[in-house]
Design a protein around this ligand. Structure first.
Ligand SMILES: [Zn+2]
Length: 249
């Protein structure tokens, strides 16, 4: 296979793949066999990548994400795909199995405990909070940039930039979706068990951070993880106040 002209970029190359663009030397015509092979291969690869990613994030979350950032990326499902895939799985499964979505009950209880004071800012914030928790999966996805800003600020002295924090939190959130999904089966309505999924999810993020930020002393890692959540909620509160005030103007 010497001196082939690449059908993609017209460069001459030797070997099985073009060394300019990576195109296969043997380009077959697109027909039924090609499509069947293509679909099977893609599904197989996605499957293999998905199982590998789930396994790694379950067994050694922080270390595997660190490895991903350092360049061991080929075997993993990409972070955004992963978090979207697991979120969809969570939303669809809980919807079709009619599983108890703990966040909704949590807010319902919270809302009934506070008397609606008409047009006050507190009532406005409560309305936003209710919407956010009723759509908690979207909320989690939409607030990922904020959560990442929080972890970035808390762990400022680590060598990771904001976008690496974003990747870290996408993988953690993706894994949390699977935890929520499994934990939903253990939830009994109107009981203390409703807190199980969130607690497990938070515990997981602490564990992942603990492994990931191995450069810090153990005690500091835990403190900074707590600080991350505090900074995150502060940002949410500030945004909700601003939003409510703007709406009232
Ligand atoms: Zn080429």
């Amino acid at each position: 296979m010497s001196n082939t002209v690449c059908k993609n970029c017209s460069q001459r190359f030797e070997g099985a793949f073009c060394n300019y663009c990576g195109q296969d030397a043997r380009v077959k015509r697109i027909d039924r066999t090609y499509i069947v092979d293509e679909v099977t291969n893609n599904l197989f690869q996605l499957n293999r990548g998905l199982f590998f990613t789930i396994k790694e994030l379950t067994v050694r979350p922080g270390n595997s994400i660190k490895g991903y950032l350092e360049g061991k990326r080929k075997q993993y499902v990409k972070p955004l795909s992963y978090v979207l895939l697991t979120s969809a799985l969570y939303v669809l499964t809980t919807h079709f199995l009619g599983l108890n979505t703990f966040f909704q009950d949590f807010t319902a209880g919270f809302t009934s405990g506070v008397t609606d004071e008409g047009d006050s800012v507190a009532a406005g914030i409560l309305n936003i909070l209710t919407w956010l928790t009723n759509n908690h999966t979207y909320t989690v996805l939409l607030t990922l940039p904020l959560f990442s800003a929080a972890s970035y600020l808390a762990f400022k002295k680590s060598r990771y930039n904001y976008f690496e924090h974003l990747i870290l939190n996408m993988y953690i959130t993706g894994q949390q979706m699977l935890i929520y999904l499994l934990a939903s089966f253990a939830v009994v309505e109107d009981s203390i068990t409703e807190a199980i999924p969130s607690l497990l999810g938070i515990a997981f993020s602490f564990w992942a951070f603990y492994q990931f930020f191995g450069n810090y002393r153990p005690f500091v890692r835990i403190l900074l993880s707590i600080l991350t959540y505090i900074l995150f909620f502060l940002q949410l509160i500030v945004l909700m106040v601003i939003g409510t005030v703007l709406v009232k103007l």
